[in-house]
Design a protein around this ligand. Structure first.
Ligand SMILES: Nc1ncnc2c1ncn2[C@@H]1O[C@H](COP(=O)(O)OP(=O)(O)OP(=O)(O)O)[C@@H](O)[C@H]1O
Ligand SMILES: [Mg+2]
Length: 333
């Protein structure tokens, strides 16, 4: 199988900027990753690291002042950055669907749940009104909403946060996309409901076989379900690997900081330690590694040169000069 056919989605050296009154915000600075059909990819990073903008760039739903300035997004080997508006409307929903960060802003308060689900279904399939109605009830049942026939007549405010999130998932899955992007799907929910929603997503992934990109700032919450995790900082991927690689052998100083700041299995005896310094100013990116201004181990080279991505394990890669230093020290022994 050719390299391109193997992946349902490939993002290659993606750059996205926003024009603002204070200058150009470089929100995504060369992000690359591959997604195989039916696999789950986690994207983690602090607030402002460019996770949502990466997702919006893929779907071409950036704010007016935003633009993908370079890079490719391949869907089954085809570069969709070259697609027309009409083709992209088809892409959104049928090929790739997104669950937005805030379910309340993405559900329309003046329409019933049923109306909104039916509209999403009819927009992307040739189904009649009656068929769409049936499908809406079916989808609510699939995502574990109780009394679905009654729920379709309710408005978003009548549902709990967990139920609204289930409705959002139903809406995103209504057209059985190949890829589901879930942008912080559980942030607004309490821990028990959070676990239920993640479990549901995994269950649906098994049942429907789609690939999932799950975006979060909370590494601990998604680690179990991901086939691969990429860690982002300053609009770049600083590390990628399996959950075990990232948790037990972090190879980027930022990831190490992130792990020290969250309660994880490996971190139960130590006190949690937030990463020091101020988050990066994307209007004024450092010349070298994006994390250098906050890194306790930064060396001279870190300030001036962007580190290349280095293989540090079978499926594990990181962009940190510390790995180069270690490799050179080992070689000199
Ligand atoms: N329309 C816009 N105009 C200017 N800057 C923007 C715009 N949208 C996003 N940005 C900037 O792009 C950067 C990346 O934002 P993004 O929303 O991708 O972060 P994130 O990683 O999703 O964070 P969070 O965890 O808070 O959701 C931020 O600095 C943000 O301020
Ligand atoms: Mg976001």
């Amino acid at each position: 199988m050719s390299e391109e056919k193997k992946y349902v989605l490939q993002v290659k050296d993606l750059h996205t900027t926003f024009v603002t009154d204070s200058g150009e915000v470089q929100a995504v600075n060369g992000v690359s990753f591959n997604l195989e059909p039916g696999k789950i990819l986690g994207i983690v990073g602090e607030s402002g690291s460019g996770k949502s903008v990466t997702a919006y760039s893929i779907m071409q739903i950036l704010a007016e002042n935003g633009r993908v300035t370079s890079g490719e997004v391949l869907y089954n080997g085809e570069d969709i950055t070259k697609w027309s508006k009409k083709q992209m409307t088809g892409f959104r929903g049928k090929c790739c669907s997104i669950i937005f960060q805030d379910p309340m802003t993405s559900l329309n308060p003046v329409f019933t749940i049923g109306n909104q689900l039916e509209e999403a279904i009819r927009l992307h399939t040739g189904k009649s009104k009656k068929e769409a109605k049936e499908r809406a009830v079916e989808m609510l049942k699939l995502v574990g909403v109780n009394e679905p026939a009654k729920r379709v007549k309710q408005y978003p405010f009548e549902l709990s946060g967990g139920m609204r999130q289930r409705v959002m998932i139903a809406m995103a899955l209504a057209c059985e996309p190949d890829i589901l992007i879930a942008d912080e799907p559980t942030t607004a929910l309490d821990v028990t409901i959070q676990a239920q929603i993640l479990e549901l997503m995994q269950e649906l992934q098994h049942k429907l076989g789609m690939a999932i990109i799950i975006v979060t700032h909370d590494l601990g919450v998604i680690a179990d379900m991901c086939d691969e995790i990429i860690v982002m900082y300053g609009g770049r991927v600083c590390e990628r690997g399996t959950a075990d690689d990232i948790f037990y052998e972090p190879a980027h100083e930022y990831t190490k900081g992130l792990l020290r700041s969250i309660p994880t299995a490996g971190n139960t005896h130590e006190r949690l330690q937030p990463i020091g310094g101020t988050p990066i100013n994307l209007l004024n990116m450092p010349e070298g590694c994006a994390f250098c201004t906050r890194c306790d181990n930064a060396m001279k080279i870190c300030l001036t040169q962007v580190p290349e991505e280095l293989q540090v394990g079978e499926h594990h890669r990181a962009s940190c000069w510390m790995n180069v230093k270690q490799a050179m020290e080992e070689a000199a022994k």
